[in-house]
Design a binder for this molecule. Structure first.
Ligand code: MSP
Length: 593
C-alpha cells in the first residue's frame, strides 16, 4: 500500500554530530535547560494510541504502538512543567462485524469476548508500564453518548444522506474497497475467492441502503489542511502518500450498516434499523476521552497527537479529519505513523502461528529491556523483523555492557572509595579548549565528549518531535560509547587518590563520567523508566532533579556551582542490567536460509 520507493527516501543514519563546542552547554543554562518555555510545552498536549480490536490477544505490534505513544507522552512530561496539562489515552475497539464474527466463532456472546480480551490489553499495558491516563472501551455508555451526538452534528449539517451502497466489504479490515483493490486468490481446492489486495483478507459483496457521508466534499479542504501543515503527518513520506491519495477520486463513504446484518454496534439515532459504521464509532473515542460533547473537550482539542500504524493511515488522515471538519472542528494537530513488526520476514498472524506474545518477552527480557529493544530497533519508516537473538545481542551490548559497565566503573568502591560525586577541577579541565599548562589534563576528545553530551538533550527532543525515537536512543547510545572511551583513555584505575597530582584529575574524570551518566539516565526515563530510576538513584539524583528543565549538564565546567559535587552516591543495588544468556533465544530464531 505504501510506496516503498517513497518511504526509502528517508535515511536512518545516526544522529548528526554537532561540531566541537558548537552551540555549547551554556545555552541550556541561560535558557533554564530544555524546558517548557523553549517549545511551547506550557500548552496542553493529548497523546493517543489507536484503540485495539478485541478479536484476538495482543501481540508485540500492538505493544509497540502503545510504547511509542507512551515514550512520546513521558518525554513531553519530562519537558514539564505541569502534568495536569498532558493526557494519554488508549483503549479497545469493541464493536463491528469483525468482533461480532469472532465472538460467534468462539461461541461467546460479544460482551464476553470483549471483556476477556480488553482485560488482556489492560493487563499487558499495566505490566509494560504504559502510563495512560485513560483506557476507553467503545462499549462504555459515555462513548455511545459521544458517538450519537457526533452523528447528530454531522446530520444537522447536511452531511449524511440515505442511499444504496454497493461494493466489496472486508470484515477483517472493516472497510469498503473499490473493484481495483480486490483480487482473486486461489483456494486450497482449486477454486478462488476474492481478497483485499492490500491486506490479503477475504472480502464479500454487499448491497444495502445505508447512511452515506459526503466525503467527496472534503477533498479540497483536506488538501489545504495538509499543504498548510507540512508537519501534520510525520514522518514526511506518509504525509506525501496521503496527498497522493487525495489526488485521486474521493467517493462518498457509507457510514452505517443494516442492523439485521451488523447488530453489534451503536444504533443510528432515530433509526434502529441501522448501526453506525465501526470506524466512525471508533474514531470518536478520541473525543469521548476528553469529555465530548461537554464543553471541557475544547481545551484539549485539537492539541492532539495520534500515534498510529501505517495500515490505518487512511482512516486517520482522510476519514477522521473529514468527519471533524464536517462537524465544524479542526483536524488533529499531529499524526505520527509507524510501520510494522514482521517475524522472520513474514506478517504476524494467528494462522501462520508466528505471533510473538509480548508478555513472554517482558518476562524474559525484563520490562525495561523489552521496551528498549522495541523502541531502539523499531524504525517508523519501514518494517522491522523480529527475532530473539537480536534482542539478546542489543540488550547485552548497550544496556548491560556499555551503560551498566560505565556506571559500575565510576561507582565501584575500588575506584570511588568515598562513594561520592567527586569534585571537578577547573585547572585540570579548563572551559577553554587548547590551553596548555602543567595541570591541564583534558584532551581534544574530552571537549568533544562534553560538547556531544551538552547538546544531546536538544538532539533527543528533536528526534522525539520527528517521531524518530530510535534515533534518540542511537544518539544516547553513541554518547555512552564516547563516555566509555573517555574513561578508558584516562584509566582512572591507574590513578592514585593519595597522590596530590593524580587526585584532582581522578576526581574530575569520575565527575565528568557521572555527569554524563546523569544526562543518560534523565533522557532514558521515557523508554526505560525503572532502569533510569535505578541509575539516577545510584547517582543520588532526587525525584525533583530528574526533569529536562533541571538537567544543567556539567555546571562546574561553565563556572556554576554543582549541587551534586561532594554528595554521597545512592545505595548500591546490584547490576544495572544483568547480561542475558544467549540460550534465552528460544522464542524466535533468526531465519537462515
Ligand atoms: N481498531 C483499529 C484502530 C481504531 S483507532 C480509532 C485497529 N486495531 S488493531 O488492533 O488492528 O491495530 C491497532 C494498532 O496496532 C494499529 O496501529 C496497527 O498498525 C498496530 N499493529 C498491528 N499489527 C502490527 C504489527 N505487526 N507491527 C506494528 N504495529 C502493528 O486497527
Amino acid at each position: 500500500m505504501l510506496r516503498t520507493s517513497v518511504l526509502r527516501l528517508l535515511g536512518s543514519t545516526g544522529a548528526s554530530r554537532l561540531s566541537l563546542l558548537e552551540d555549547f552547554g551554556p545555552r541550556y543554562y541561560s535558557s533554564g535547560s530544555l524546558s517548557a518555555g523553549d517549545d511551547a510545552c506550557d500548552a496542553r498536549a493529548y497523546f493517543t494510541t489507536p484503540i485495539f480490536y478485541v478479536n484476538a490477544a495482543p501481540h508485540i505490534g500492538h505493544l509497540y504502538s502503545a510504547l511509542l505513544a507512551d515514550a512520546l507522552y513521558r518525554h513531553r512530561r519530562l519537558r514539564g512543567p505541569s502534568t495536569a496539562a498532558t493526557r494519554f489515552s488508549t483503549g479497545t475497539d469493541e464493536h463491528g462485524l469483525k468482533i461480532q464474527q469472532a465472538a460467534a466463532t468462539a461461541g461467546l456472546a460479544p460482551t464476553e469476548l470483549c471483556d476477556r480480551v480488553s482485560e488482556q490489553f489492560q493487563q499487558l499495558f499495566q505490566e509494560a508500564g504504559i502510563s495512560c491516563t485513560d483506557f476507553i472501551r467503545t462499549t462504555e455508555a459515555r462513548h455511545r453518548v459521544a458517538v450519537q451526538h457526533f452523528w447528530g452534528v454531522l446530520k444537522s449539517r447536511g452531511l449524511l444522506y440515505k442511499g444504496v451502497y454497493e461494493g466489496w466489504y472486508c470484515a477483517s479490515d472493516e472497510c469498503f474497497l473499490p473493484e481495483a483493490k480486490v483480487t482473486q486468490q486461489p483456494g486450497p481446492s482449486g477454486d478462488s475467492f476474492p481478497v483485499s489486495l492490500e491486506s490479503g483478507h477475504p472480502v464479500s459483496w454487499t448491497k444495502e441502503e445505508n447512511y452515506i457521508f459526503r466525503l467527496s466534499q472534503f477533498r479540497k479542504p483536506l488538501q489545504r489542511w495538509l499543504r498548510g501543515n507540512p508537519q501534520a503527518i510525520t514522518p514526511e513520506p506518509f504525509h506525501h502518500v496521503v496527498l497522493q491519495w487525495l489526488d485521486e477520486e474521493l467517493p462518498d463513504l457509507s457510514v452505517s450498516r443494516r442492523s439485521s446484518h451488523l447488530h453489534w454496534g451503536i444504533p443510528v439515532p432515530g433509526d434502529d434499523s441501522q448501526t453506525i459504521y465501526v470506524w466512525l464509532d471508533a474514531l470518536v473515542n478520541y473525543l469521548t476521552v476528553i469529555g465530548y460533547p461537554n464543553a471541557e473537550f475544547k481545551s484539549w482539542w485539537p492539541a492532539t497527537s495520534h500515534i498510529i500504524g501505517k495500515d490505518i493511515l487512511k482512516f486517520h488522515a482522510i476519514y477522521w479529519p473529514a468527519f471533524l471538519l464536517g462537524a465544524g472542528m479542526s483536524p488533529p494537530q499531529r499524526i505520527y505513523v509507524h510501520s510494522h513488526w514482521t517475524v522472520c520476514g513474514q506478517k504476524m498472524s494467528k494462522s501462520l502461528g508466528n505471533v510473538v506474545d509480548p508478555r513472554t518477552c517482558l518476562n524474559r527480557y525484563t520490562v525495561d529491556g523489552f521496551r528498549y529493544f522495541l523502541l531502539r530497533q523499531g524504525v517508523p519508516n519501514w518494517d522491522c523483523d523480529y527475532y530473539d537473538e537480536k534482542v539478546v545481542k542489543l540488550l547485552n551490548s548497550e544496556l548491560a555492557d556499555a551503560l551498566g559497565g560505565l556506571l559500575n566503573r565510576c561507582t565501584a568502591k575500588r575506584i570511588n572509595p568515598s562513594e561520592t560525586y567527586p569534585a571537578f577541577c577547573t585547572t585540570c579541565f579548563p572551559s577553554e579548549p587548547g590551553l596548555v599548562g602543567p595541570s591541564v589534563r583534558a584532551q581534544a576528545e574530552d571537549y568533544a565528549l562534553v560538547s556531544a553530551v551538552a547538546t544531546l538533550p536538544k538532539q533527543v527532543a528533536e528526534h522525539y518531535d520527528n517521531f524518530q525515537i530510535y534515533k534518540a536512543l542511537e544518539a544516547v547510545s553513541s554518547c555512552v560509547r564516547q563516555t566509555n572511551g573517555f574513561v578508558q583513555r584516562h584509566a582512572p584505575w591507574k590513578l592514585n587518590w593519595e597522590s596530590p597530582v593524580d587526585a584532582p584529575w581522578l576526581g574530575t574524570v569520575l565527575h565528568v563520567a557521572l555527569e554524563c551518566l546523569r544526562v543518560f539516565g534523565t533522557l532514558l526515563q521515557p523508554v526505560t523508566p525503572s532502569l533510569a530510576d535505578k541509575l539516577l538513584s545510584r547517582l543520588g539524583v532526587s525525584a525533583s532533579e530528574r526533569s529536562l528543565g533541571e538537567l544543567h549538564f556539567l555546571p562546574r565546567f561553565y563556572g556554576h556551582p554543582c549541587p551534586f559535587e561532594g554528595r554521597r552516591l545512592g545505595p548500591e543495588t546490584g547490576l544495572l542490567f544483568p547480561r542475558l544468556d544467549q540460550s534465552r533465544t528460544w522464542l524466535v530464531k533468526a531465519h537462515r536460509t
